[in-house]
Design a binder for this molecule. Structure first.
Ligand code: ZN
Length: 216
């Protein structure tokens, strides 16, 4: 049984410690939910998992831009700080979806080139999957219970029976551009679902708030 570790008082401490800016407050709450995911070893087998949020920020010319904050490589979710969720300009990431192919090297380079802070760590290898899903908040784990399902030979039938259409399966593809595109296409064909089961890989949940995504 997975324990829901959300605590209103703890969440408030993270918000109170953040800057006044709405985006910074949302990011602080994302740090909180990332930590409570990472502190549950049943959710982050082998240190896996990543989280994100899409926020509005202002660039140096005072233009409003869409920014994806997503876990940076090398950070452990359980002790993550805001520096571990680097901001990447979202629109160049979304443009990539029209491509037929993109190498890992090209993907990493483009993600780095669009960091708001050039000293940030590389955004997660699963960044494009977070970007292509339309939700403001996205959580990805390799939860033991979900992996048990994801590794069953008849995973789609079992997931359908248990979740009755709330979750939809994505075939196994190595993380990267191709998986991001396939998962987003499956989501677009099933816009009512609350999450994705990635066969032989893990689980994606999403929502309109950090808490909703975490709860799911
Ligand atoms: Zn993964």
């Amino acid at each position: 049984m997975v324990l829901n570790r959300w605590d209103d008082n703890e969440a408030k401490k993270f918000i109170d410690a953040a800057w006044e800016d709405l985006a910074d407050r949302e990011l602080a709450l994302r740090v909180y939910t990332s930590q409570i995911i990472g502190q549950d070893l049943n959710l982050v087998l082998h240190g896996g998992g990543n989280t994100s949020c899409k926020l509005k920020r202002r660039d140096i010319f005072d233009n409003e831009i869409d920014v994806l904050h997503v876990k940076g490589t090398g950070w452990d979710l359980g002790v993550i700080k805001t520096l571990g969720l680097p901001g990447v300009r979202l629109s160049p990431l979304l443009e990539l979806r029209q491509l037929d192919a993109l190498s890992d090297e090209e993907m990493v380079n483009l993600q780095r080139a669009n960091l708001l802070d050039s000293t940030s760590p590389n955004p997660s290898v699963e960044t494009l999957l977070h970007a292509f899903l339309p939700h403001t908040f996205v959580d990805h784990t390799h939860a033991s219970a979900m992996l048990f399902l994801a590794n069953l030979p008849n995973v789609e039938a079992v997931v359908n029976e248990i979740f009755g259409g709330w979750l939809v399966c994505v075939p196994f593809i190595m993380p990267g551009f191709e998986l991001a595109k396939a998962a987003a296409e499956i989501y677009d064909s099933n816009p009512g679902v609350e999450g994705l089961i990635l066969i032989n890989h893990g689980h994606f949940a999403f929502g309109d708030s950090s808490k909703e995504s975490y709860d799911r």
